[in-house]
Write a protein that binds this ligand. Sequence first.
Ligand SMILES: [Zn+2]
Length: 398
Amino acid sequence: MRKTLVLLAALLSSAVLFAQEPQQNEQPQQQAPPAPMMHRRPQLMPGQYLGFSGQTTVTPQGSYTPDFKIDGSKAKIKNVILLIGDGMGLGAVTSAMFANGNELTMTNLQTIGFVRTQSVSDFTTDSAASGTAWATGHKTNNGYVGVDPDGNRLTNIPEAIAPLGYACGVVSTDGLAGATPAAFYAHQSARGESAAIWGDIPGCSLIFLAAGSKKEFETLPLSTQDAIKGQYTVMYEPDADAVANAEKICYPAVNVGNGRGDWLPATTQMAIDFLKARTKKGFFLMVEGAHIDHEAHANKPTLVQETLDFDKAVETAVRFAEKDGHTLVIVSADHETGAVVVRKGNFEENSVEMTFASRGHSPMMVPLFAYGPGSKQFARVQENSDVSNLIRKILIGK
Ligand SMILES: [Zn+2]
């Protein structure tokens, strides 16, 4: 009896507390829900997105911490490796870090900034407009690749620096005509025009292009295939002879999707070796982890595994930069996808739970991590276009 009384009193007091709290999302004519309630959730307005939650568990892969002797030093910067996690906002980085035993190579770096990603046409950017800002230093409309809002051609970093002797390349787990890699060689006002984007490869300033896919390449008009083959050694699988001897490589890989294994870090290493061997002047390499965005659009917690795969490519770049001493590494994203919120985690089980508040991109700032000589210049809140202009200025002074 006494227990029952205590329980009743507790229930009553929580009901009183609950009744006193303001009901922010409640419609005015609605009655308060019957008390007591143990779990409360905000009343959703019609059409309001409820959000999807997901949980994932990973096999931890560890991380790499470089020494920081060269970090922020005044040593000459010859090479820049820019790694873009497509859709990799703070939610993706945080969830991957927690699941991976609270460590990532990118979060081990000591220079941190934030990047605003808005485009000219939209408060929330797409990969085309943001890729163009990263590649050319100019903001443009969503859907535009390498051209300004009036359709005029913009000069990308490879076009600005290759004539001065720099070797340039891109690596991506997207298709080669995907918006992010395309922004570094193509000039088209419709990001969906894949064949036209592929058609911009001959004559572009890149000497190493690796992304998907063999299948896509083989469906291109024969004239486009022939034009690419006329200027590049085309390989579908890693070919040591081509990597050692070819002047230029176009590598539409057989598989850059599920089951690709360590394709991204391995191809990042291949690109670094290839570019470094082609010139003494220095090189620029853009590496994209494209599937973080794809998983987040589908509200799948496997964006964690994709972020971890991307972090292996970051490790490859950081290890090279540490040894080389003249390489700046920048890690960031083109935009956030999924409005990802980390809700729970368990370090013992390497698991994490997240909620997605969107199936699209969000306008939230994305994190930036930098390592190498001159890295401290990037420790600020800045526009994606600002980062691009600073990279160009560091390499060629303008
Ligand atoms: Zn997307």
